[in-house]
Design a protein around this ligand. Sequence first.
Ligand code: PNS
Length: 177
Amino acid sequence: MERKAMCPGSFDPVTNGHVDIISRTAAIFDEVVATVFANPNKDHLLPLDERMELVEGAVAHIPNVVVERGDGLLVECARRRGINVIIKGLRAVSDFEYEFQMAQTNRALGNAVETLFMMARPEHAYLSSSLVKELATHGADIGEMVPPAVQRALEERRKTTGEPSASGIQLSGGDEG
Ligand code: PNS
């Protein structure tokens, strides 16, 4: 039987930390679905289509990863795909509470889905999408933090719209996805 896992997140934008978690998951499972959701608790900078495109580009070198749009509940997306393992990245203790709540909620929804946690590499432990957006606002070099296409997209956006805005920085807790 094929072992499948889902790596869900809002990926606004995808960082090297996300790519590392997805690629390490792909080394363990036969197929990995990176699912890009709208998170109603967050004001997204990038539209869903653009976030998906950037994730697709970032994982194009990993043959057993596919990228999908998240629709509705995560557990339902997983069930429709025949997936019963969700992988989430953990950077710090501060991520734990949020992830613990989501994992317990997903379990309470009554589906046979297990949430497993993968520790971020130490070099990615500080990294978050909102930190990247904050740095990009100021035109800082984010080349070590995100795939090149993400760097270009944020730079382009800064030039044309002045975004990303510096507000709402969230260093940890639900930002790794
Ligand atoms: O990268 P993020 O924003 O931390 O990812 C959060 C995400 C998208 C995984 C979460 O919001 C989610 O699962 N959304 C789908 C809707 C859902 O199932 N909500 C209940 C989850 S407890």
